[in-house]
Structures are given as C-alpha cells and as structure tokens.
Design a protein around this ligand. Sequence first.
Ligand SMILES: O=C(O)C(=O)C[C@]1(C(=O)O)C=C[C@@H](O)C=C1
Length: 368
Amino acid sequence: MTQPSADDDALNDARQRIDALDQQIQALVNERAGVAVQVAEIKQRQGRTDFYRPEREAQVLARVAERNAGPLPDQAMARIVREIMSACLALEQPMTVAYLGPEGTYTQAAVYKHFGHAVAASPHAAINDIFRDVEAGNAHFGVVPVENSTEGVVSHTLDQLVGSALIICGEVALPVHHHLLSHERDIGRIKRVVAHAQSLAQCRNWLDSHMPGVVREAVSSNGEAARRVAGENGAAAIAARAASDYYDLPILASNIEDDPNNTTRFLVLGRQSVPRSGRDMTSILVSIHNRPGMLYRLLAPAAEAGVDLARIESRPSRRQAWDYNFFIDMEGHADDPPVRRVIEAIQSEAALIKILGSYPRSIGLEAE
Ligand SMILES: O=C(O)C(=O)C[C@]1(C(=O)O)C=C[C@@H](O)C=C1
C-alpha cells in the first residue's frame, strides 16, 4: 500500500471545499426560486399575466457581466444565471415557445440561448404557423429568423410582420457554425450533401474545395437535412451541433462556414409590449407613397433627434407596383423622448406607421 501523497490530500481537501460550496449554491438557488414563486403570487394577486419579463432578464444578465470578477468568463457566468432564471420562470409559469423546426435547427438553439432550457420548445414547420400559434395563444412566444449576416433578410418573416398583431419583444444574435454530419467516416464516400439553401451558400467555398462534384440538395431546414441523412448511407447534412445529438449523427467536419463571423438574428414574438430595459431597440414598419424626397423626409427626423438607425430594409408593399414598406430598427425605446419624437415626425409624413415593438437589445453574452 502506497501512502497518500501531499497532493492526494490537497485534492481531497479541495473536493470537500467544492462539496460544501455546492451545498451553499444549491441552497441559495432554491432560496432564489422561492422568491420567484412569491413574485408570481404577487403578479397573480394583481391580475397580471406578465410572468416573463424580457427587460428585467436583460437587466439581470447585464449586471451579472458588469460585476463578474472571474475567473469564470462573463459568458460562462451569464449562461449559468440564464439557466437559473429559466428554471425560476418555469416555476412561475411553464412557458411554451414556438420555433421554426424540426429539432436541431439554429432557431431551436436561439430559443434556448434566449429563454434557457426550462421552456417547452415547440417545433413548427413554417414561419406563418409560428405567427398563428402565438396569435391564437397556443404558445406564449415565438422565435423566427429575420436576418443572416451573409445571406441577408428572411423576407417571409418581414412579410408576416406586416399583417400580424404580434409584438417583437426580443432579439437573439446567434453565431452560426455549420458542421458536416454523416454516418460515413470517410468524406470520399459521400455522394450527396443536404442542407438549407442558405447554409449550402454559406459553405460554398468549403464544399468546392473539400467535396467537389458532390451533389448539393436543398431542403426546408438544416434540422430536416439531418433527419433525412440519419437514415442514409453515402449522404451528409450541414447542420448545427445540436442536430448531431438529436439525430445521432457524428460530426465529420466542424466550422465549415466560409465566414467565421456568420451570424443569424432572430426575433422573439409575443402579445405584450415590453417596458424599457435601458438598452433597447425599436422596430417600426413605415409605408410611404413614392414621392420625390420622401425617403429623406422619413429619415431626417432620426438624424435631428440623434437617434441611431441600426437597419433599414425595404420590401415591395404588394399593394401596387413600386410602393414600398420600410422596416426600420432604431436604437432606444418607444417611450424614450427622442424615439417618440422620431415616431411622431414619421407619422406626419408616412401613409402608415406601425410600431412592431421595443425590446432589449441582444447581449452577446452566450457563446454557442
Ligand atoms: O422579476 C420578475 O418579474 C420575475 O418574475 C423574476 C424573474 C427572475 O427569476 O429573476 C423570472 C422571470 C422573469 O422573466 C424575470 C425575472
């Protein structure tokens, strides 16, 4: 029998300290959950249904990052607190979130990034099904893709926003890393690569150099691509890491996107407007009659009020030829006086203005 070394003793000692700390953390997390239950009771007494409060969650997470002294990085600490809040909210009210499925899509990853894993994420086949389900009250919230840094806007989402009563109550920016998933161990045996058309486009250079001549097949989503390929030989899917777990498909190559900064932005849709968080974005839809100088008259009030326009996107209005809807994102909340002034000024110029929502800006705290 060898004697335990000084390091063995030190290891035992360190593990005992970890056990004691875990006990304290667990007790504190449950104490926090108990307070969240009290918050729910207060809201119920007040007849309120706003159990989920995006602006409050954004403030909590921002504060976590501000006071974080390490050694854990801000992102890791935020992910932990994100999950604690998610579990607390589930005690207050179990939440259903509709998203563009099937399981394993990037939209599902966006749901968990934004809400944590304690929500019931419900996959839907099409973007308009998500709008309908949230409008009908079958899901509390919906998550849909709106824009990709390489491929541009998801026009279907913008078009649905025009006629919907839903309110944008959050945004999620997700770094999109594509992986090649296949049962094949050898890339040379792959005859077909399946993915969403946008993902095939985002990996074009990689595919050209590593899989020249291999047939590329576009399907409705990357989750769907993984689902199909799971039962096949000689095929590969391009999809998120999560799809590898869901469909039990090994990762043959990682991070095959041509642009390492490839990011997709998603919108969180709900039925209630969100109060100020202090770091907000406001999205509006503006329809104008095409007259000379009209676009300038629309944008000048923002410059005068010192409001930053983050994005402006035009779409044919479908009312008549050369008539456009503009989707404008500006920094700030509709209750902030400068933003209110801009909205009032646009109101007097535009044929129609619809406030799509004010919501906390996405904080890039969580890594994929
Ligand atoms: O502050 C609230 O209103 C809560 O319900 C508490 C809490 C939390 O756990 O911190 C939970 C859910 C909300 O989305 C925001 C915060």
